[in-house]
Design a protein around this ligand. Structure first.
Ligand code: FAD
Length: 453
């Protein structure tokens, strides 16, 4: 049985792993990757930029030699150009010699992902206007971090990718301006109580944060020298654009159903409109459990869960169960702070048209008598829940102490559709070296119910 995979990132990698572990040598696996470098892990880019991982060749999901099996063929520099559903073949161009060949498939898994958006403004073709994804950009950005000619860096987009860029350049001693069109950094991940803490912290660390920034142009001669916003010009020897993505699906137009924004349309079994053609990862919308709807949740975790599901059911006539959906969880360090967010927040809930009640809780990590100098820091917790049923739809934790694992507790609660009442009573450990007599998640939920903490 021939399985063809498009794209060597998280979705493609997980597909190979699942195929081998479930079907062994019964399947002939061919993976095509348009790029030269196989499976750069963008999630690890900041570690590389900050010299915590020094060799770019280590920042990847896998190397072709990790799959020495004779039934696995990994072909980089091979771009899939077309699908012929009637013949069950794909047309592939080798970018090495421009030759084109057709390959047969019994099952085809698309994980062609996304590419970052270039802002549609004058000057976006100037030198030193960069994007941030994949191997090529990682190595180019790394060169600029150690380039003493680069003094002022403007980062556009204050989502987690933009924050990672801003932090890496600031730590390297550059003057960094972080711009976003909305009113707060990380505003699509966290509510205002938490972004206020982080915005203040970014400023303390020397980052200039400009919100409500509508960029009208990049200016400069050959090379960028400034970013133009409404009534201000921000000096920049380098611009990193981290403001949205576009699905790599132009090549599928007219053959595979796409929605009006270019995302691949899949059904509840992650099948496309073509028989035996599946799609996973960033190029698709994914079913969100708390939203009860499909949303763009661009995470490695999503691509991997979808690939696992697709391969598990790949040879069933009708899949025995639909894909269960995801919660969508992420974590990030912002200099000295660490946060984890799961499910919906006020911003994403509003976008999805879902009514949520929010609650914010702040307390010390450990019993009050433990002095701050022994790490008894402040912890913030945010909960989002259905006003009628109290089902937990989202949540976030934030502290200078690493409480991100609590984000996974929230993720499980959201996935299992627990209520605030469940969380108020959930049985968690207590040990004063780590936490309070009642765990912080218990206390946050109890506060919602109007109980005394
Ligand atoms: P992609 O990673 O987009 O890869 C698609 C691949 O397909 C590419 O290699 C492309 O060259 C190839 N391709 C496309 N079209 C074709 C074609 N026609 N023929 C052949 N090959 C083709 N997620 C997390 O969960 N945690 C994190 O900490 C995290 N950090 C991130 C940090 C950064 C800076 C970035 C940019 C992303 C981060 N992500 C993180 C998101 C994560 O990287 C993506 O969700 C994940 O890579 C999606 O995987 P994918 O398989 O859908 O596609």
């Amino acid at each position: 049985t021939k399985v063809v995979i498009v794209g060597a990132s998280h979705g493609g990698h997980q597909s190979i792993l699942e195929l081998l572990s479930r079907y062994g040598e019964e399947v002939e696996i061919t993976l095509f990757e348009a790029g030269d470098y196989v499976s750069f892990m963008s999630c690890g880019m900041e570690l590389y930029l900050e010299d915590q991982v020094t060799d770019v060749n280590d920042v990847r999901n896998f190397r072709p030699e990790n799959f020495p099996q004779s039934n696995v063929h990994i072909l980089n520099n091979h771009e899939v150009k077309a699908i012929h559903a009637d013949k069950k073949t794909v047309t592939v161009t080798s970018l090495l010699d421009n030759s084109t060949k057709d390959y047969e498939y019994d099952k085809l898994i698309l994980s062609s992902g996304v590419k970052p958006n270039s802002l549609p403004v004058p000057g976006n073709e100037l030198e030193n206007v960069y994007l941030m994804r994949g191997y090529e950009w990682a190595t180019r950005i790394k060169d600029k971090i150690s380039d003493s000619n680069i003094k002022n860096v403007a980062v556009i987009g204050a989502g987690y990718i933009g924050i990672e860029a801003a932090e890496a350049f600031r730590k390297a001693g550059k003057e960094v301006t972080l711009l976003d069109v909305i009113d707060r950094p990380l505003g699509t991940y966290l509510d205002k109580e938490m972004t206020d803490i982080l915005e203040k912290h970014l400023k303390e660390k020397g980052i200039k944060v400009v919100t409500g920034a509508k960029i009208t142009a990049f200016t400069g001669e050959r090379q960028v020298s400034a970013v133009q916003i409404a009534n201000e010009e921000i000096r920049a020897d380098l611009v990193i654009q981290a403001a949205g993505v576009k699905a790599n699906t132009e090549w599928l137009k007219g053959v595979v159903d796409l929605d009006d924004r270019g995302w691949i349309v899949t059904n509840e079994y992650l099948q496309t409109n073509l028989p035996d053609v599946y799609a996973v990862g960033d190029a698709t919308l994914v079913y969100s459990i708390p939203a009860c709807a499909k949303m763009p949740i661009a995470l490695a975790t999503v691509a991997r869960r979808e690939a696992r599901y697709v391969v598990k059911h790949l040879f069933e006539k009708v899949p025995s169960e639909p894909f269960g959906g995801v919660v969508g969880s992420s974590a990030l360090s912002v200099f000295d702070y660490h946060f984890a967010a799961s499910g919906l927040n006020s911003f994403t809930a509003e976008k999805a048209g879902i009514a949520v009640r929010t609650a914010y809780y702040e307390d010390t990590l450990r019993p009050k008598y433990v002095p701050e100098k022994y790490g008894n820091t402040k912890v913030s917790i945010q909960l989002f829940f259905d006003p009628m049923t109290h089902q937990i739809l989202g949540g976030a934790v934030l502290s200078t102490y690493d409480v991100t694992a609590q984000g996974n507790v929230l993720a499980l609660a959201i996935q299992q559709k627990l209520t605030i009442e469940d969380l108020a009573e959930a049985d968690f450990f207590f040990q004063p070296g780590f936490d309070r007599q009642w765990s912080l998640l218990n206390l946050a939920a109890q506060q919602v119910l109007g109980e005394e903490a």
